[in-house]
Design a protein around this ligand. Structure first.
Ligand code: HEM
Length: 470
């Protein structure tokens, strides 16, 4: 399928990335985007809250640039990869990141996820070198060790709740990578574990209904704040300890403490602490959701599992899967890529227009919140044959070449793309390899699970898998 096809209503609205300025027409002369009817004041809020994913079926009937409103906020959905590219990459400076603060999630105002402008740029500069392919390899040993230990605890015939099991596993890996801490995710003793759990629960409770007015602090809010205060105290304690013993480790905390010294890029205490909140939020449930769906899909596709095992046999042989094999695990990579196409853990990105812009022949007024929904673009028939099918081959059979780049963006794009992308990819590859070498999978839950619209695209109900030792 070629890129640059016309919009769904058949009219060519100019997918050219430079549209709007190409013929020097003033932006004010462009019409506002079309969109579904809403109610006075609340706009489309009820439709969104009732069925956020189904609402986008309605949205997409209006074209690739579609406006709707929720309680006084104007949203515009962008449903074409070229528009996604403009917002995230080529014209990124015209848009700012939007949402997390509005969700009421305390995920570190001074950290990478929440900050903007110069503060964000400086921190990204400090942390980018920590997440290069080579540096991430050094976390491979931790990932492989924890994956190995988890699968050794499992027995023939065990039923695992995949979403919980992988959430615990990815938290163990992250705590080690961030803090050099060995945690027990099933215990309440460690403030890091309590914070990770609280962030997840909080994210869960903050559905899209957050946009509705009338939010008042509750008991749960205060409990959440106390947990986050404990976590910050714990992080400070760990920072002090690093300073005392000399921070020469490979964990992120040591690296941030070293960067905290002096000079232009120095990170303040608050920035170090808030980054560790941000990473706890961004770096574990996302990978867990991706793994849950990957295994759920694999359990339904014997031929894919056969192919994957053949690759493992030839690349890994009798060794323990490790970072040194990752580069050659091409089919494994395609499997994970395809799973994240079907079920993107982060299913929608949000940006706010900092000025009036025109996209696809429409005027997007300053202040408009743009939504870039992976869950729609990743399943768009214009870019994927049989989008509902799980076909890892589509990433290695050459058809990728005909697809616009931003028809697939599970890790976002442009300067604010996921800094943990290589970390997550290595982690997922090693976990998939370790599990599949030891077990056959039998899916006991719904093969096409209902999705919950929280901060990740997690399954609404537990995903149960029975393990059969090979
Ligand atoms: C499958 C797993 C993951 C997925 C799908 C994912 C997805 C994303 C996406 C889409 C963004 C961009 C958000 C936006 O542009 O609005 C992002 C940002 C981010 N991710 Fe990930 N992520 C994953 C794993 C991780 C891991 C393992 C870490 C840390 C070790 C991490 C840390 C971050 C951070 C810190 C940001 C903010 C970057 C910035 O604003 O400069 N992520 N992630």
């Amino acid at each position: 399928m070629a890129s640059g096809s016309s919009d769904t209503d058949g009219t060519d609205r100019g997918i050219d990335a430079s549209d709007g300025n190409a013929n020097d027409r003033p932006i004010e002369e462009y019409p506002l985007p079309p969109g579904p009817d809403g109610y006075p004041i609340v706009g489309n809020a009820f439709q969104v809250v009732r069925d956020p994913f189904g609402f986008y079926d309605v949205v997409s009937t209006h074209g690739d640039v579609v406006q709707y409103s929720i309680v006084g906020n104007t949203f515009t959905a962008l449903l074409h990869p070229d528009y996604v590219e403009r917002v995230l990459v080529s014209e990124h400076e015209r848009f700012e990141r939007y949402l997390f603060a509005d969700l009421g999630l305390d995920i570190g105002a001074e950290g990478l996820v929440m900050s903007d402008g110069e503060q964000w740029r400086r921190q990204r500069g400090v942390m980018q070198p920590v997440f290069t392919t080579d540096r991430v390899q050094s976390y491979g040993e931790t990932m492989a060790t924890y994956a190995d230990r988890a699968t050794k605890r499992w027995d023939d015939g065990d039923v695992i709740v995949a979403n919980k099991e992988f959430s615990r596993l990815t938290l163990r890996i992250l705590a080690e990578a961030l803090f050099d801490l060995e945690v027990d995710p099933t215990s309440d003793d460690e403030a890091v574990v309590r914070a990770a759990r609280a962030i997840n629960e909080r994210a869960d409770a903050r559905r899209l209904s957050t946009f509705l007015p009338g939010w008042v602090p509750t008991l749960a809010d205060r409990r959440f704040e106390r947990t986050m205060d404990d976590y910050r105290c714990r992080v400070e304690e760990l920072i002090e300890h690093r300073r005392a013993v000399g921070a020469d480790g490979d964990d992120l905390l040591s690296i941030l403490v070293r960067a905290g010294g002096s000079g232009e890029s120095a990170l303040s205490e608050a920035e170090i602490s808030d980054n560790l909140v941000a990473f706890l939020f961004a770096g574990h449930e996302t990978s867990s959701v991706a793994l849950t769906y990957t295994f759920s899909l694999l359990a339904q596709c014997d031929d894919v599992v056969d192919e994957l095992r053949a690759e493992l046999e030839s690349v890994v042989g009798d060794d323990r899967p490790g970072a040194e094999h990752a580069r050659d695990l091409e089919y494994t990579d395609a499997v994970i890529t395809e799973a994240m196409r079907r079920y993107p853990p982060v299913y929608m990105l949000f940006r706010r227009a900092l000025e009036d812009v025109s996209i696809g022949g429409y005027r997007i007024p300053e202040g408009t919140i743009l939504t870039l929904p992976q869950f729609r673009l990743h399943r768009d028939e214009r870019f994927y044959d049989a989008p509902e099918e799980f076909r890892p081959e589509r990433w290695i059979d050459g058809s990728k070449r005909d697809r616009p780049e931003y028809a697939y963006f599970p890790f976002g794009g442009g300067p604010r793309h996921c800094i943990g992308m290589r970390f997550a990819t290595l982690e997922m590859k090693l976990i998939v390899a370790t599990v599949l070498r030891r077990f056959d999978l039998e899916l006991l839950s719904d093969p096409d699970p209902e999705i919950s619209a929280t901060t990740t695209f997690g399954p609404a109900a537990d995903v149960r898998i029975r393990l059969h030792r090979r």
